[in-house]
Design a protein around this ligand. Structure first.
Ligand code: C2E
Ligand code: MG
Ligand code: MG
Length: 705
């Protein structure tokens, strides 16, 4: 049990005090009486002779190494010494048994440096337990005493012998449980805690006693022979313990594995519920582990995991549990944190320590880690739910590249609120509650409309118009995005077909997600849809965000190639935010990049540095790509972009995304104005400082075809 050294603060009249006082006074006085009795009868000492001393020696040995069958019960084993104490009991009765037992406790407590109050208690506790066994024997009439010299141990006594073991075991447990309050448990909890384990171990050790008794009764010379089978028992216990250790630990890092981590978590949560304390669970995932494995080989990967394990251990307290759940996934359990903020501090410490480069095979390697945090009780009080929520947080941290995230129900695709939204979104698709708004893309040089982007909105019966950022990511996570994309494709093409039929030959772009690109049949789907609407491939553009390509370039590039082959061009959206490599961009079958609006916005900031935008433009032109600036809101941004040679602008400066009717009118007006105005008059207006009212100013709409 625990190893607190201070005197417990429970000395009031309580179960604790009663148990303690009776064990100490009852047990200790019995021991003292027995010592006096034994040493006052010197002739009995002679009768017991070398057998007694050999048993005492075995008791000492037994205390040096208790038998521990299971690594889960680190603190307590069952001492082998009880087998010899019982041998003495069956041979010569209670007096030498109690003396040997007291001797055993003395050795054990001294070895474990226990506090004096525990020493007295333990001597008394064991004395009472052995006395209980003896009383059973007395009641059954199979008891002996020192003067008998030799026990007559017959097969018919066996039943009572076994009963005496149980008497010993249960008195022992009862007394220990009487102190349960000291360890923060109830009496019953303590009594039933690991009851089977302790009962089994006790019986396993005591089952040896009849053999020892028979041997010792024959001749004391047999006793040393016991060392061999005893050694066997130790070995067995050691093997079983190490097997169990293996089953509960990760072989590479020696950290607890998922099973043990869940066990520790369950125990911790139970204690936390009782103490009202806060528990935090982290899930850690290395961000570039696969790369290390692929480029430097598996031994380097293993080495990396070992170092990561050591570093994480060094960043937490000794009571915290660090486990490897498999692959490059680790978990940390903080049994007692102040609040989520404190947990974040620890997570930051872990991230800092893992940010130091690793030296593997002589190469310095950087790995990043994403940490998801769930905190009990607010995020759940069960192992399952907490682990799942830490996992959700970890995915958010990974996806948004924020490093650390605390679980947030609003971002959990499986939270009840969200599930409501998923179902609602599915219904919205069925009922056609999604609609597309169209935002024009215009030529920066002459204001000519060169296309439009279709942006989806959800017209929710109660919540009004919902922006795509609030439901598209959800659709992406749940696989609903395929249906969403098909829906968008169909309704965009319906609209485009109408425009083309009325002479408005603008290509329309739709946004597709990573999941769509992972489907090999996207190109087929798109061509079929174009055919059905009687439209040429030039009528459609697909926008893909850059981050998609970084995550899974292989399949995405293949799909984009297929699309390019059938004549549908693609555009790289939100460019500059996804860290795609230049090499990747060069291989990409796209014809356009869209500079992310965050860069465009910075053009307007005081002291804003246009260098980034300028270099993106230069670089994309170098690859023969058209450059579109997103989020153009001001005349000054417009002018700067035009001067830097950017090709196309999209943004509120030109027009907000408009519902189909309004968008059609906007485009039509430009066709009408175009007929009235000489080409070129629009230019100055777009670049001017005056308000730019959508649908009122007259950029030129070239009608091609
Ligand atoms: P995006 O593809 O980058 O779309 C441009 C976003 O910028 C739109 O937001 C648009 O309203 C906004 N925007 C345009 N001009 C300006 C401006 O001058 N200033 C500012 N501040 N913003 C401007 P929206 O419509 O909320 O769409 C957000 C994102 O949702 C889109 O970003 C796109 O990634 C995604 N999305 C929209 N429709 C779809 C869709 O049908 N399918 C998929 N998979 N994603 C979609
Ligand atoms: Mg887009
Ligand atoms: Mg964009």
């Amino acid at each position: 049990m625990g190893s607190a050294r201070e005197r417990p603060s429970l000395w009031r009249w309580s179960m604790f005090a009663v148990t303690y006082q009776s064990a100490v006074w009852g047990g200790l006085s019995a021991v003292v009486a027995c010592v006096v009795l034994m040493f006052s009868q010197l002739q009995s000492l002679q009768v017991m002779g070398p057998t007694l001393f050999l048993l005492a020696a075995m008791v000492a040995l037994g205390e040096l190494r208790p038998v521990v069958f299971s690594s889960t019960y680190e603190a307590d084993g069952v001492p082998m010494s009880s087998a010899f104490v019982f041998t003495a009991l069956y041979l010569w009765g209670v007096v030498p048994a109690l003396v040997l037992q007291a001797f055993a406790v003395l050795i054990s407590e001294v070895l474990q440096h226990k506090a004096a109050w525990k020493l007295f208690f333990n001597i008394g506790q064991y004395a009472l337990s052995v006395s209980a066994a003896w009383l059973v024997l007395v009641a059954a009439g199979v008891s002996t005493d020192m003067s008998d010299g030799r026990s007559t141990f017959s097969a018919s006594d066996l039943g009572w012998v076994v009963v005496s073991w149980f008497a010993y075991h249960f008195v022992n447990l009862t007394l220990v449980s009487g102190l349960a309050k000291y360890y923060g448990q109830s009496w019953w909890e303590s009594f039933t805690d690991d009851l089977w384990y302790y009962t089994f171990s006790t019986v396993a050790v005591l089952a040896l006693v009849p053999f020892i008794v028979v041997m010792a009764a024959t001749s004391w010379q047999f006793i040393p022979l016991l060392l061999l089978p005893l050694f066997g028992v130790y070995k067995l216990a050691a093997v079983s313990k190490s097997r169990e250790r293996e089953a509960l630990h990760d072989a590479l890092t020696q950290l607890p594995n998922r099973t043990l981590f869940s066990q520790s978590m369950a125990e911790t949560l139970e204690i936390a519920a009782r103490d009202d304390s806060t528990v935090a669970v982290f899930l850690l995932d290395l961000d570039r582990f696969k790369e290390v494995n692929d480029t430097l080989g598996h031994p380097a990967g293993d080495q990396l995991l070992e170092v990561v394990a050591r570093r994480v251990l060094s960043a937490v307290r000794p009571d915290d549990v660090v486990a490897r759940l498999g692959g490059d996934e680790f978990a940390v359990l903080l049994p007692d944190v102040r609040d989520a903020g404190h947990a974040i501090e620890v997570a930051e410490r872990i991230r800092r320590i893992l940010a130091e480069p690793f030296r593997l095979e002589g190469v310095l390697v950087d790995v990043d880690v994403s940490i998801g945090i769930a905190v009990s009780p607010q995020d759940g009080t069960e192992v399952e739910s907490l682990m799942r929520r830490a996992d959700v947080a970890m995915y958010v941290a990974k996806g948004e590249q924020t490093g650390i995230e605390v679980y947030d129900i609003a971002r959990d695709p499986n939270s009840p609120q969200r599930l409501g939204t998923v179902t609602a979104l599915r219904e919205a698709l069925d009922r056609g509650q999604l609609e597309l708004h169209y935002q024009p893309k215009v030529d920066l040089a002459d204001g000519a409309v060169v296309g439009a982007e279709a942006l989806v909105r959800w017209r929710h019966p109660d919540r009004g118009l919902i922006a795509p950022d609030d439901f598209v990511p959800l659709a992406e996570r749940t696989g609903l995005v395929h249906r969403l994309t098909k829906y968008v494709l169909e309704s965009a093409l319906d609209q485009v077909a109408q425009w083309w039929a009325s002479g408005l030959h603008v290509p329309v772009a739709i946004n597709v997600s990573m999941r769509d690109l992972q489907e090999a049949d996207l190109a087929f789907l798109v061509t079929r849809a174009l055919d059905r609407h009687g439209l040429p491939p030039e009528a459609l553009v697909l926008e893909v965000t850059e981050s998609v390509l970084v995550m899974d370039p292989g399949q995405a590039v293949a799909t984009l190639r297929d699309l390019a082959e059938v004549g549908v061009s693609s555009s790289l959206d939100d460019f500059g935010t996804g860290y795609s490599s230049l090499v990747l961009l060069e291989q990409l079958p796209v014809s356009e990049v869209k500079i992310d609006r965050s860069f465009v916005r910075r053009l307007d900031e005081v002291g804003g540095d246009p260098a980034m935008v300028r270099s993106i433009i230069g670089f994309a032109h170098g690859l023969g790509l058209t450059v579109v600036a997103e989020g153009v809101e001001t005349a000054s941004a417009w002018k700067m972009l035009r001067d830097m040679g950017c090709d196309v602008a999209q943004g509120f400066r030109v027009a907000r995304p408009m519902p189909p009717g309004e968008a059609s009118q906007w485009f039509m007006e430009r066709v009408v104005r175009h007929a009235d105005h000489a080409a070129g008059t629009a230019r100055s207006e777009l670049a001017g400082e005056g308000p730019f009212v959508p649908g009122m100013s007259p950029p030129v709409v070239p009608v091609t075809g």
